[in-house]
Design a protein around this ligand. Structure first.
Ligand SMILES: [Zn+2]
Length: 94
């Protein structure tokens, strides 16, 4: 992957506006970057995976640097806004 991109996550939704359902998703990770990680980087590596999985389930980037879904975050865990977004996504009917 080029530049500062460590991973890409996304999904495909089908349905009508207001009734979209995610039917597939994927995460692509920078193999070379992950291969360069040492044991001390495990928390950072997990944060990248969690960020990309956030995209898979429907979260987008946010402007708040205190959230894991901030594009250039330094967080290693979901922030309060991330968790609020995940709760909203998880509260819709299946
Ligand atoms: Zn992202």
């Amino acid at each position: 992957m080029a530049g500062a991109v460590a991973g890409i996550g996304g999904s495909t939704a089908v349905g009508t506006p207001g009734r979209l359902r995610y039917v597939t998703g994927q995460v692509i990770l920078d193999r070379d970057l992950f291969a360069s990680f040492g044991p001390r980087d495990a928390e950072y590596a997990q944060a990248i995976v969690d960020h990309e999985l956030g995209h898979v389930v429907g979260l987008d980037h946010v402007d708040d640097p205190g959230e894991l879904m901030y594009e250039y975050t330094e967080r290693t865990t979901y922030g309060p806004g991330d968790r609020e977004g995940l709760a909203k996504l998880g509260s819709v009917d299946c």
